[in-house]
Design a protein around this ligand. Structure first.
Ligand SMILES: [Zn+2]
Length: 381
């Protein structure tokens, strides 16, 4: 059983991010782990994060939806968690996939405000209403409650509709336009990398500047939420465009393309990129090259470059008319207009994430697939 739990925690880890471009909701991990009514189990359990992540996937009808988890430091030594769970959270903290803060205060709400994301919480955030009046807007606070097919998200205010496409607040946009540097030597969120001659330099994991989490604002000054130190402005942040892979109407994955990091999409791109193989039919798999199309962002323009054997289609404005379809042959590049859709094979598309408001999948795959039956038996009635 321990082995199964580890597999679930690995599946959950793949859905954790503090990257402003990719996170879809914010959670306080210390709150989520105590939702004992979700599984009727121990006072605290990390598996509940998986249940809540699954609920978010169903809520937005999308596969592979990542969450931004804020972890108050006390949780790392919480005796209600198993030693294995505590170890895993520490590893997540070291890897920078969660944000560990000395005190929670209203950091979860701050992140949600700066990034324009919903908060998955059962609280009503009453004590912060003066500072953050938006918590009373429909769909901004979503509570995970037990449901027939697993936990569901219920809006505290409004009717639980899918939250509008997230837009950072004006202050969030300002902060996300810059790269920030923390004076603490071992800051993995806003690290300058520290001393490059240190014997530990290679082991240090520092968030890429483009994916840095939003700074905390203290007395109006950008501050490291982890160390409480004032952050230094280290220059402009590379621009980012968030794209989606959509296969036969289902959004499988979002990914970010930035000015400093082009991304190759294909069946199984070498050296990273977006791998589609697992979602393709046999025919699509035969047609699509290992590395098929390269997306890049240059001077604010998103471009698609064919790097395949069979060519890449562009559907201007998302047109379904085959007469409009443009074919890029190997090494040809085209600038993508706002609604253009890249077609690797019939039904296998890449486009800007905001093109597809709903993910189109009724039952996204679960991070709990490997969970011991004990943890999920409550939903198998
Ligand atoms: Zn720091």
């Amino acid at each position: 059983m321990r082995f199964e739990v580890s597999k679930v925690l690995d599946a959950i880890e793949a859905r954790l991010t503090t990257d402003p471009a990719l996170a879809r909701a914010v959670v306080d991990l210390s709150e989520i782990v105590r939702y004992a009514d979700l599984d009727g189990g121990r006072p605290a359990s990390m598996l509940r994060l998986g249940l809540v992540i699954d609920a978010l996937g169903r809520h937005v009808s999308e596969e592979n939806v990542p969450v931004y988890a804020v972890v108050p430091r006390g949780l790392l030594s919480d005796a209600d968690l198993t030693s294995n769970e505590r170890m895993v959270v520490r590893r997540w903290a070291d890897d920078g996939v969660v944000e560990v803060v000395p005190q929670l205060d209203d950091r979860v709400l701050e992140v949600a405000e700066l990034l324009g994301l919903p908060v998955l919480t059962r609280t009503r955030a009453e004590q912060f209403r003066d500072r953050r009046p938006w918590v009373e807007e429909p769909g901004r606070l979503l509570a995970a409650v037990p449901g027939a097919g697993g936990p569901v998200l219920v809006a505290r205010i409004g009717r639980g509709e899918v939250p509008a496409v997230a837009e950072p607040s004006p202050m969030g946009a300002k902060l996300l336009a810059r790269v920030w540097s923390c004076p603490e030597a071992n800051c993995n969120a806003y690290g300058s990398g520290g001393d490059p001659d240190s014997p530990f330099a290679d082991m240090r994991k520092t968030t890429a500047p483009v994916a840095q989490p939003p700074p905390s604002l203290r007395s109006g000054a950008p501050t490291c939420p982890v160390h409480g130190t004032r952050l230094r402005d280290a220059g402009p942040r590379p621009a980012v465009e968030v794209l989606s892979v959509r296969i036969d109407g289902v959004v499988r994955q979002r990914f970010a393309v930035s000015t400093d990091k082009p991304v190759v999409v294909g069946r199984a791109p070498e050296g990273g990129g977006v791998m589609l193989g697992q979602w393709l039919t046999d025919d699509a798999r035969k047609w699509i090259s290992r590395g098929h199309v390269r997306l890049a962002l240059n001077g604010g323009e998103l471009t698609a470059q064919d790097v395949s054997t069979n060519g890449t289609g562009i559907r201007p404005g998302g047109s379904l008319d085959d007469d409009d379809r443009i074919t890029l042959n190997r090494d040809e590049t085209r600038t993508l207009a706002a609604n253009d859709v890249v077609e690797l094979y019939a039904g296998v598309n890449v486009g800007r994430a905001k093109l597809w408001a709903t993910g189109g999948v009724t039952q996204p795959s679960s991070v709990m697939a490997e969970a011991p039956t004990m943890a999920i038996r409550k939903f198998e009635r």
